[in-house]
Design a protein. Structure first.
Lengths: 48, 517
C-alpha cells in the first residue's frame, strides 16, 4: 500500500459513503423544512 | 385495568428534539470507536455490512424505540417497565420486570460513562494549560494519563484531580437535568450540538491540511477506506458492523424511549427519527472517520497508526492525539488550542449522551414515586457520584470495563431482542405499524414491515448467539484476567447486580402503589 496516496477503490468507498450520508441528512432536513409540521400544535387538545 | 392517559412535560421545538436525540446518539464512539472498527474490519468494505446494518437493524429498531417511547408516554410512562406493561395491555405481569434492563442499564452506563466524560473535561483543561506538552513518546503519555486515572499513582497528578473533574461534570449534568426537558436538555442540545459540529469541521480542516510527517493525511484516509475484499465474507466483520450500529445509534439502551415519551401522538416520529439517525451517521462517517486516524497516520505512519488502533479507542483518541497536538506546526498556543478543541468536542459529545442516560432513572422517580424533578435529579446524581467513586478508585483493576461489557455492550442486545419480540409479536406488527404512522410526516416503505417482524429479530438473535459464544462466556469466566484483579471484578459485578435487584424491587413497589391507588 502506498504511504502517500489514496487507492482508487478506497477513494470510491470513501466518496460513496460520505455522499450517501450527506444526501440522507439533506433529504431529511429538506423534508422537515418543506412540509414538516411543528411539534404538538398549540391548538390541539391536551392528551390528558 | 384500563390504560389511562396522562399529561407530561414536552419538547419545545422539533429541531431541539432532533438535536437532543442526535446528541444522545453522537458520543465518544462516533469519533473514537468507528474509525478503529472500520480500519480493523476490512476498511472500505466494512461500509457494506455497516450500511446494510443501518438499513435492516439500525433504522427499524430506532423507529420501534421511538414508537414504544411515544406510546408509553401517552400512558404516563417515561421508562421501559411501564412501557412494556402498556405494550402488553397490562396483561403480562412479567413484562414490567423484563423492563428493568431499560431502567437500570442506562443508569449503570451513565455512572461509568460520566466518569470517562470527565476525563475529556480534564484533558481539555490540560490542553489549554499545555501541561502534557513535552511528553512526545507514547509511553510517557500513557504514564501521564495513567497517573490521572490511578489515584494511587501521584507521580504526575494529585489524587484529587480526577475526583474534582468528576464532581464538576456530575454537577454540570445535574444543573442541566434539573432544568427539565425543554429548559435543560433541549437547550444543551441547541447550544452543544452546533458547537460540536463547528469544532469537528475545524479539526477536520486542520488534519487534512497537515504537512507530510511520517506520512500524509491522504494515506490516513487510505488506511481507513482501502477495501480488503476477503473480509466481506467474514462473519466477524458483519457482526462488528452490527455492533457498531448499536453503539452509534444508542439502541437497546432505553434512552430513545424516554426522550420519545415526551411527544404526543400527533407528533411525527418517522421523519424525525430518520433525521436523528442521519445526523448521527454524518457525524460518524464524514467527521469521525476523518479526524483521529488520518492525524495519527501523519505522525506515526501507517504501521505506527495500525499498532495504535490495535490498542483500542483510548490509545487512539487520547494517547496518540495527545502526542499529535504536541507536534503540530506553528505556535504552541495554537497547538494547545487544537488539543482543547478535540477534547472539548469529545466532552460535548459525551455530556449530550450522559443527560440522555440519566433521564430514564429520573423519569422513573418522578412518575412512579411522585418525586419533584429537582429532587429526582439530586437523588440520581448523588447515587451516580457515590457509585461512580468505585470506578474512580478501582479503575486500574478493570472495574469499569466489566460494567462496560455487561451493561454497555452485551446487555444492549438482550434488551433489544426483548423489545422487538414484544413490539412485533405481542403488541403486534400491524398495530405497531399503525402506531408508528400516527402523525407521520414520512410513510415508512412497506418492505420494513417484514423487516421489523423477521429480519431485524433474526439479525439480533444471530448477534446475541455470536457474542455469547465468542465474548460473553470468556468474559464471564474472567479469562486472561490478572489474579490480583479478580476480587475487584467480582465486586464490580456485585455492585451491578445490586443495582439490578434494587431496580426490580422498585418496580414491584411502584406497581403496588399504582394498584393500591
Amino acid at each position: 500500500m502506498s504511504e502517500t496516496a489514496i487507492q482508487p477503490f478506497a477513494f470510491v468507498f470513501m466518496l460513496v459513503s460520505m455522499i450517501s450520508v450527506t444526501i440522507l441528512v439533506a433529504y431529511c432536513y429538506a423534508r422537515i423544512m418543506r412540509g414538516g409540521k411543528p411539534l404538538h400544535d398549540e391548538s390541539d387538545d391536551p392528551v390528558a | 385495568m384500563t390504560l389511562e392517559t396522562h399529561s407530561r412535560e414536552r419538547w419545545g421545538t422539533r429541531i431541539g428534539l432532533i438535536l437532543a436525540m442526535a446528541g444522545n446518539a453522537v458520543g465518544l464512539g462516533n469519533f473514537l470507536r468507528f474509525p478503529v472498527q472500520a480500519a480493523q474490519n476490512g476498511g472500505g468494505t466494512f461500509m457494506i455490512p455497516y450500511f446494510i446494518s443501518f438499513l435492516v437493524l439500525g433504522i427499524p429498531l430506532m423507529w420501534i424505540e421511538w414508537g414504544i417511547g411515544r406510546y408509553g408516554g401517552r400512558f404516563g410512562h417515561g421508562t421501559i417497565p411501564g412501557m412494556f406493561d402498556a405494550l402488553t395491555d397490562r396483561r403480562k405481569r412479567w413484562a414490567k420486570y423484563a423492563g428493568v434492563l431499560g431502567l437500570v442499564m442506562p443508569l449503570v452506563v451513565f455512572i461509568y460513562y460520566t466518569y470517562v466524560v470527565s476525563w475529556m473535561l480534564g484533558f481539555s483543561f490540560f490542553s489549554l494549560t499545555g501541561s502534557y506538552f513535552g511528553m512526545a513518546e507514547v509511553q510517557q503519555m500513557r504514564e501521564y494519563l495513567g497517573s490521572y486515572q490511578n489515584l494511587l499513582d501521584p507521580s504526575v497528578h494529585p489524587w484529587w484531580l480526577a475526583v474534582l473533574f468528576f464532581v464538576v461534570t456530575i454537577s454540570f449534568l445535574g444543573w442541566v437535568l434539573a432544568r427539565g426537558i425543554s429548559g435543560g436538555i433541549e437547550k444543551l442540545a441547541l447550544i452543544g450540538m452546533p458547537i460540536l459540529f463547528l469544532f469537528a469541521f475545524v479539526l477536520l480542516g486542520r488534519v487534512l491540511t497537515l504537512p507530510e510527517g511520517a506520512s500524509t493525511p491522504v494515506a490516513g484516509l487510505n488506511f481507513i477506506w482501502n477495501p480488503e475484499w476477503s473480509s466481506i465474507s467474514e462473519p466477524k466483520v458483519w457482526l462488528a458492523a452490527a455492533g457498531q450500529m448499536f453503539f452509534t445509534l444508542s439502541l437497546g439502551m432505553g434512552t430513545i424511549h424516554t426522550y420519545a415519551s415526551y411527544l404526543s401522538e400527533k407528533d411525527d416520529i418517522t421523519l424525525t427519527g430518520l433525521s436523528t439517525g442521519a445526523t448521527n451517521e454524518f457525524a460518524e462517517v464524514v467527521l469521525g472517520g476523518t479526524i483521529a486516524i488520518p492525524a495519527a497516520v501523519v505522525f506515526f505512519g501507517v504501521t505506527g497508526a495500525q499498532e495504535i488502533a490495535r490498542g483500542g479507542s483510548y490509545d487512539l483518541g487520547i494517547v496518540a492525539m495527545g502526542i499529535v497536538f504536541q507536534g503540530l506546526p506553528g505556535p504552541q498556543f495554537l497547538a494547545q488550542l487544537t488539543g482543547f478543541l478535540w477534547f472539548f468536542l469529545l466532552f460535548i459529545a459525551g455530556i449530550t449522551s450522559s443527560v440522555a442516560l440519566a433521564s430514564p432513572a429520573i423519569a422513573f422517580l418522578q412518575e412512579e414515586f411522585r418525586f419533584r424533578r429537582q429532587r429526582a435529579v439530586r437523588a440520581i446524581m448523588a447515587l451516580a457520584f457515590a457509585v461512580g467513586m468505585m470506578h474512580v478508585l478501582f479503575y486500574p483493576t478493570g472495574f469499569l470495563d466489566e460494567w462496560d461489557y455487561w451493561a454497555g455492550t452485551f446487555g444492549l442486545v438482550i434488551f433489544a431482542a426483548i423489545e422487538i419480540v414484544l413490539f412485533s409479536f405481542i403488541f403486534g406488527i400491524e398495530r405497531g405499524w399503525k402506531e408508528l404512522h400516527l402523525g407521520a410526516d414520512l410513510q415508512i416503505p412497506p418492505i420494513y414491515k417484514p423487516i421489523m417482524k423477521w429480519i431485524t429479530p433474526a439479525f439480533l438473535c444471530t448477534l446475541l448467539v455470536w457474542w455469547s459464544v465468542t465474548e460473553a462466556v470468556p468474559t464471564l469466566l474472567m479469562d486472561g484476567q490478572a489474579a490480583e484483579d479478580i476480587p475487584y471484578l467480582w465486586l464490580s459485578r456485585a455492585a451491578m447486580l445490586a443495582l439490578l435487584v434494587a431496580g426490580l424491587l422498585l418496580i414491584r413497589r411502584a406497581w403496588q402503589r399504582r394498584e393500591g391507588g
